[in-house]
Design a protein around this ligand. Structure first.
Ligand code: HEM
Length: 452
């Protein structure tokens, strides 16, 4: 077994599992409760836009309807609101709530009993950021990559840099020590990623290869760097995932080599692919270790004795977590494991050309990461009390889509045709996930301490 990194964590954590230990789980506040409602609602709204635009895209691709929007533009709108809307607002809201005890209302006393009301300037700033993301979505939807959408995306990078500076300047001191390396590293990856879109602008002179290189660089750092490290850190901070210094070390070492293959694809340097694969091996091994550890913790937690009285409302140790929350954590665990294994196999240099040609496989892998792992983790952290009626359809639709894409992709990779009408089935799975997501926030009174 891999040992926890620091004595401090070891002290507060049971040897066998972090998540079953009430000393860790029974943190004084539930982070999600300290995310101001306006931010939770904004993140939720962008999640709904992500799911709705993805589902509409599949529906348009059935070819049986006159398209509502140009599908290329709709794809850009979907991917941008997914990353710059949903994941961006959710991650930064959760990071600031975890780092800064003065954020948002206190959980037990309800409204007004926590921090002072936010100033008008802060509210205005947040409103402008939310409006910027919405405008960005509409601009991509109506004109694809063009003057307005590029201008708004560049402004979004400015907002990102501002929030990162805010985190580095004052907020990070409050982060749980086990989570802090992950969150700090996630900010570093995001900073490095932000260089990509800025360098892209030289594409006019350098050609398409240059543009693709920096897009690839950006996506590797955002998916494998920023989002992965941030979600792991947030789960560690909540005592829901075990943190290991060795896992952190190998995953950190793995990230930068992985940017080499996309960066050099246009000048074909075979060595870059091999170095990239070493990165994928390190990174993927870390994911596998985290996934296996979490699955074991979930399995052992489920077998444990009666519920412990000190566990807080909302997120709990596995035996205290309600079934929907356990389902979301299970999704995170299975996705981590699958991402590690598929990432290592799929980036093996002899397989790369065939994998890259199989679009369904690539898209399936991306959604395994962004939906099965990142979104499930963020939903768990942001909506810890959501009911089964919301969570199960969300998970069912998401996983049906992921498995269909990866399954159909694997069939294509082996040289066989896919016979089911995948766009109809995929649109159906999207609709199920969307229906669940619509019910995620629990409207009405939420009795703190109640398990329902
Ligand atoms: C109901 C759920 C979803 C559906 C139905 C859906 C659907 C789609 C579709 C149809 C595509 C284009 C596939 C292609 O070009 O072949 C796509 C791409 C993409 N989706 Fe989703 N999606 C969903 C959820 C999400 C979520 C939650 C995220 C991120 C948090 C996300 C991020 C992306 C990204 C980044 C791409 C662009 C991939 C690329 O072009 O390389 N999607 N999605």
């Amino acid at each position: 077994m891999i040992t926890p990194p620091s004595g401090r964590i070891r002290d507060s954590v049971s040897e066998s599992t972090v998540i079953a230990d009430p000393a860790v789980v029974a943190a004084p506040t539930v982070v999600a409760d300290r995310v101001p409602a306006r931010r939770t609602l904004a993140a939720w709204f962008f999640l709904l836009l992500t799911l709705a635009s993805g589902t509409l895209l599949r529906y348009q691709w059935t070819g049986t309807v006159a398209p509502w929007f140009d599908s290329r533009y709709l794809l850009h709108a979907h991917s941008h609101v997914a990353l710059l809307g949903w994941t961006f607002v959710a991650v930064f809201s959760l990071v600031f709530a975890a780092a800064d005890p003065t954020e948002g209302p206190a959980p037990t006393g309800g409204r007004g009993s926590g921090a002072a009301a936010p100033g008008a300037l802060r509210l205005l700033g947040e409103g402008l950021v939310f409006a910027l993301i919405l405008a960005l979505f509409v601009a991509f939807l109506l004109e694809g990559y063009a003057f307005r959408s590029i201008l708004l995306s560049t402004l979004h990078i400015g907002v990102t840099l501002g929030l990162m500076a805010g985190y580095m300047a004052r907020a990070r001191g409050g982060i749980d020590p086990g989570a802090r390396p992950w969150i700090d590293a996630s900010m570093l990856w995001l900073l490095l990623a932000s260089v990509g879109p800025l360098l892209l602008s030289g594409g006019g002179r350098m050609g398409q290869g240059w543009i693709d290189a920096w897009v690839g660089y950006y996506l590797v750092l955002v998916f494998n760097g920023w989002l992965t490290f941030a979600v792991i850190g947030l789960l560690v901070g909540r005592g829901l995932l075990r943190s290991h210094s060795i896992v952190f070390g190998i995953m950190t070492l793995g990230v930068l080599p992985m940017v080499l293959p996309p960066l050099t694809a246009w000048i074909e340097i075979p060595l870059a692919r091999r170095v990239g694969w070493i990165g994928a091996l390190l990174f993927g091994s870390g994911l596998v270790m985290l996934g296996v550890g979490l699955l074991r913790d979930l399995a052992s937690g489920a077998k444990r004795g009666p519920a412990r009285p000190r566990a807080p409302a909302g997120l709990r140790a596995p035996e205290r977590l309600r079934a929907p929350a356990r389902g979301l954590l299970g999704s995170v665990a299975v996705a981590l494991l699958a991402l590690g294994v598929l990432g290592i196999i799929g980036t093996a240099p002899p397989l790369v050309p065939a994998v890259e040609r199989t679009r369904m496989l690539v898209i399936g892998f991306i959604h395994l990461q962004l939906l099965g792992f990142v979104s499930a983790g963020l939903v768990l952290l942001l909506f810890p009390r959501s009911r089964g009626v919301a969570v199960w359809p969300f998970l069912l639709g998401s996983w049906a889509m992921i498995l269909l894409l990866i399954g159909a992709g694997a069939v294509q990779l082996l040289g066989h045709p896919v016979r089911v009408p995948p766009q109809w089935v995929l649109a159906g799975t999207g609709l199920i996930a969307l229906a669940g997501a619509l019910l995620l926030p629990r409207i009405g009174a939420v009795p703190t301490g109640s398990s329902r």
